[in-house]
Design a protein around this ligand. Structure first.
Ligand SMILES: Cc1cc2nc3c(=O)[nH]c(=O)nc-3n(C[C@H](O)[C@H](O)[C@H](O)COP(=O)(O)OP(=O)(O)OC[C@H]3O[C@@H](n4cnc5c(N)ncnc54)[C@H](O)[C@@H]3O)c2cc1C
Length: 489
């Protein structure tokens, strides 16, 4: 497959792997440079003390974008990885003892909400239908193509999308929209939470983000056999098979730019020429660290950053029947939670806690009789906080919350612990300010304010991954790679 033109990919996150596979299919000789020892970036894995944890994503939607890469290489995806659809999807726990399950499909979730809250099934069905409409309007316009090429606005589908712009609720906040739609504060909290899927504040971000439940509840949520990291190992295997070279522990220090053209990269003091450079690094850091003297798109780069996370990876020497794969323990006061996160850059004492237990699906992820808990609390991006204090306080509050709802004492059950926090995301993942998702979507025009997949000033320089258009998550990072590679040549 080796061609004569060469391409450097900076970073082996899901977007970088997708771009590498697509560029190799364009007959480029592709080399991935990764500063860490392992591939995958935020989609990493911990295997220690008999426990296995996926370090980042846990909710998989739109697996077809992963399959597409195998099909592009004329391989059967099922020879590399496989996945199961989840139903039920989530367990939602509330302080008053209510437990609500989310299901695949509008009607079943509608019935569940009607039986556990003051809302009726019709309001859920309408919400999920509107969510689907938002997807149909925005998919072609905002997700499948660059927003930054005027010719893209000339297609019929794009024009139709623009004419229906009102239906995507771009000028109402997600919380305002949910408050109008639902009577019960539990339902509001369930649907507000989706703003945090891309690190945004439901009290500010547009109700357009109500599209996310469409992916999870209408289209389906999946679990890969062997866990999320299996996606990364399968894609890395495919990439190697089609000739992509991997340089690990090879952080890129500079993109060489001559006469407004990217000409190569510098890594470990070695200068290497390339015809095309694609950065999968956080776009803020790409500009500030790798091309510091280039003119920067400051309006784009200086948007409000998304939130971060604190994740406790706990080995638990007990099994909990009440838990499923995905569990959310809601705060009683989400206005305070998001106020603390986005305005005070701190964490509420009573914050929503997400617990993911992959050993429910993949028994070998924990020793017999034990479970692997991925316990996540949203955290602010870095802004001079005292992180040691904030993490210690959050750990105590999280344990108290889980103890009270699960009626247990967790502390003595924890026999393994590792912590992911903003400082690690910033240092090891080179995510600017420790943000997980690049810029937040709090601005009503955020879709237009994500960095494009190309540089308008430097030829042959492209961008992919969760910090650029169309946005973060596994499927959108893969779409970013598809759009970026589609623009090369
Ligand atoms: C805790 C957590 C939970 C999440 N949950 C979900 C979820 O449930 N579902 C979902 O879809 N998404 C989720 N996400 C988001 C998702 O993980 C990301 O949007 C996606 O993985 C981003 O991929 P990326 O292509 O931008 O690359 P990243 O994963 O950001 O990887 C970039 C890579 O570039 C490397 N790099 C950086 N700078 C350099 C350099 N100078 N030289 C060489 N290499 C460099 C880094 O080491 C890293 O490996 C979650 C993320 C986290 C952290």
């Amino acid at each position: 497959m080796a061609g004569t033109k060469t391409c450097a990919i900076i970073g082996s996150g899901i977007g970088g792997l997708g771009a590498a596979i697509r560029m190799a299919n364009k007959d480029y000789e592709v080399t991935i440079f990764e500063s860490n020892e392992e591939v995958g970036g935020k989609m990493g894995q911990i295997s220690e003390g008999g426990y296995r944890f996926d370090t980042g994503p846990s909710v998989l939607t739109m697996p077809e974008y992963i399959d597409d890469l195998f099909l592009l290489c004329k391989k059967d995806p099922r020879d590399y990885w496989n996945y199961k659809q989840l139903d039920p999807v989530f367990n939602y726990f509330f302080n008053d003892g209510t437990v609500i399950q989310s299901f695949h499909g509008k009607e079943r979730f509608g019935e569940e909400i009607a039986s556990k809250t003051d809302d009726d099934a019709a309001s859920i069905i309408k919400f999920l239908k509107d969510s689907e409409t938002k997807f149909n309007i925005t998919n072609e316009v905002f997700m499948q193509r660059s927003l930054h090429q005027p010719l893209n606005y000339l297609s019929m589908n794009t024009l139709k999308g623009l004419l229906n712009f009102g239906k995507i609720e771009a000028f109402t906040s997600l919380n305002d929209s949910n408050r109008l739609r639902f009577k019960d504060y539990k339902t509001v909290r369930i649907f507000n939470r989706f703003a945090s899927y891309n690190g945004s504040n439901p009290y500010e971000a547009p109700a357009t983000l109500g599209i996310i439940p469409h992916f999870e509840m209408n289209m389906g949520t999946y679990f890969p056999e062997g866990g999320i990291y299996k996606i990364i190992t399968s894609l890395a295997q495919l990439a190697e098979k089609i000739g992509v070279k991997f340089k690990m522990n090879a952080g890129v220090d500079e993109i060489i730019v001559e006469g407004n053209k990217a000409k190569g990269i510098i890594t470990n003091e070695e200068k290497i020429d390339f015809d095309v450079v694609i950065s999968n690094m956080d776009v803020y850091n790409t500009y500030h660290k790798l091309i510091p003297s280039a003119i920067k798109p400051t309006k784009t780069l200086n948007q409000e950053r998304s939130s971060s996370v604190i994740v406790f990876y706990w080995g638990i020497v007990k099994q909990f029947e009440q838990l499923g794969l995905h569990n959310l323990f809601y705060s009683d006061d989400d206005a305070n939670e998001y106020q603390k996160l986005f305005k005070e850059h701190s964490i509420a004492n009573e914050a929503t806690v997400y617990v993911n237990v992959t050993s429910k699906m993949n028994a070998s992820d924990a020793p017999d009789g034990c479970e692997n808990w991925f316990v996540m609390v949203n955290a602010p991006h870095m802004k001079n906080q005292n992180w040691d204090e904030l993490i210690a306080k959050t750990r105590i509050n999280t344990i108290e919350k889980l103890n009270s709802i699960l009626k247990t004492n967790i502390e003595p059950l924890i026999d393994f612990e590792k912590i992911l926090e903003p400082r690690i995301l910033e240092k090891a993942g080179q995510s600017a300010f420790g943000s997980v998702f690049g810029n937040s979507s709090n601005n009503k025009f955020s879709a237009f304010l994500r960095h494009p997949n190309f540089s308008s000033r430097i030829k042959n320089l492209f961008f992919c991954g969760g910090t650029v258009h169309p946005g973060p998550s596994i499927p959108l990072s893969l779409l970013s790679a598809k759009i970026a590679v589609g623009m090369v040549d």
